[in-house]
Design a protein around this ligand. Structure first.
Ligand SMILES: C[S@@+](CC[C@H](N)C(=O)[O-])C[C@H]1O[C@@H](n2cnc3c(N)ncnc32)[C@H](O)[C@@H]1O
Length: 162
């Protein structure tokens, strides 16, 4: 975990310049609906998703302080997404773009399920090169709405149906 923090703290100064267009293309492919209610961006980094959505109720959580410092949004939380510091059933939308490949387990998936409201939507992408089919097993708690090709990522739209 310390290595991941070090890596992204070092990347923060050039992250937007290098990755904005790449990440925006993923957002365009995955978000073809309007976002309403409370939303959380897991592994938000510098908040490129905030810049793209310009959504006021945006909350971003990340483990790298330097990435968060670059963000232009108000609600920043420095925390490990494997242990989300939120009560159960409070978010309408949770997004996580290109984060899962950094995590030691799939715990973030069940944590997301916990904090989503019933009927809430979870949009998740992860790097194709690290993707393994057993990830799908962890989706059983959700309804799988869609699976999309998302450039260097594979993307999923999931719903907390129950
Ligand atoms: C490739 S960047 C993606 C950033 C952002 N989602 C985007 O679309 O630009 C991965 C981010 O995940 C964060 N991250 C990695 N492990 C994390 C963890 N355990 N908890 C929270 N954030 C984490 C990193 O600090 C980094 O900002």
């Amino acid at each position: 975990m310390k290595d991941v923090v070090k890596k992204y703290n070092r990347t923060a100064s050039f992250y937007n310049r290098r990755y904005r267009e790449i990440q925006e293309n993923k957002y365009k492919k995955m978000i073809n609906f309007s976002v309403k209610g409370k939303m959380l961006d897991i592994g938000c980094g510098t908040g490129l998703l905030y810049d793209f959505l310009k959504y006021d109720s945006y909350i971003g959580i990340d483990l790298s302080l330097e990435m968060l410092k670059k963000g232009k949004f108000a609600n920043k939380i420095l925390a490990d997404c494997e242990f989300l510091p939120f009560k159960d059933c409070i978010f309408d939308f949770v997004f996580s773009f290109t984060v899962l490949q950094n995590l030691p387990s799939y715990r973030m998936i069940s944590e997301t399920y916990r904090v989503l409201k019933r009927g809430g939507i979870f949009v998740l992408t992860t790097l194709k090169k690290t993707y393994e089919e057993d990830l799908i097993e962890t989706f059983k708690i959700f309804e799988l709405i869609d699976r999309r090709d998302c450039d260097e990522d594979i993307g999923f739209v999931l719903k907390k149906a129950f």
